[in-house]
Design a protein around this ligand. Sequence first.
Ligand SMILES: Cc1cc2nc3c(=O)[nH]c(=O)nc-3n(C[C@H](O)[C@H](O)[C@H](O)COP(=O)(O)OP(=O)(O)OC[C@H]3O[C@@H](n4cnc5c(N)ncnc54)[C@H](O)[C@@H]3O)c2cc1C
Length: 278
Amino acid sequence: MRAHTLIVDQVLDYTPRMRRVIFRGEGVCNYATDGPAVPNIKLYFPRPGQELDFPQRDASGRRWAFAGDQRSRVRTYTVRWLDAEAGQMAIDFVRHGDEGLASAWVERAAEGTKLGAFGGGGRVLKPGGYALLLGDETALPAISDTLEQMPEEQYGEVFIEVADAAEIHELRAPEGVRINWLPRGGAPAGSTRTLIDAMERYQLQDPSRTHLWVSAESQVVRFARGWASEAGIPKENRLIIGYWHRTMDEVTYAHASDHDRVGDEMSYERPGHEEHAH
Ligand SMILES: Cc1cc2nc3c(=O)[nH]c(=O)nc-3n(C[C@H](O)[C@H](O)[C@H](O)COP(=O)(O)OP(=O)(O)OC[C@H]3O[C@@H](n4cnc5c(N)ncnc54)[C@H](O)[C@@H]3O)c2cc1C
């Protein structure tokens, strides 16, 4: 596993609550050349207000020996796009204030700011069947990417919870995929039943052909697993992963329940995206 340095090139607010950071630098070029683009990466943040430090290797030279608070400064993000030719990588950060290490960092990110990155991989929705995607704003980069990669003939429906109507924007998707925006009227993220209600109201046509993808706050994904089971969506057609937990930072959540993952759900990886050690 190699560590990479990403350098902020541009910071853009494409909605009031979503900040896109475009990175350049040696790290981006390594991700672009060392195998194809990956859906998710691990970002490594400096201590607030300090220079970027990297963990050392352990004695075997193969693993990181995180010291002190270093492990607590790792977060998972979606690679929104990676342009190998331009040497740029975009990551979209939900702005949720200074309570989080990453969200505090993105409030202060400016051209030239450095961030660490390592790892790469992740499962994505299997094409075909009837695609049913549900997620909140943290999942929007992954949903946008999934929609853009879908075959033109794909059918399905998407439910996206966002803070309010100002977050709604156009997404590129096949004609047969219906997109539903669910603004929660400015209520705090993770405090409403927006996506749970959407599931409860949803009339599934053909559970055996449905390919379900759900990523959101922990309570939502836990509900989704029970709902999908009752609805009869086969396990191998479901990919349900918690992206955050409303009372924990990401490292604590990963430790507590591995992002509410279960082992035997959909294990599709985009061709060329197979887990590879960056
Ligand atoms: C595979 C995967 C891909 C992801 N991709 C993205 C992505 O592309 N963009 C993105 O923004 N997020 C993404 N996330 C979610 C992101 O990793 C978490 O939201 C993470 O907790 C943010 O780190 P932080 O340092 O800002 O907050 P943390 O330090 O982890 O948490 C501090 C506090 O903030 C709260 N919190 C965390 N996230 C939110 C939020 N979104 N809204 C309100 N409160 C919050 C927590 O409950 C906690 O109380 C992804 C997660 C996974 C597992």
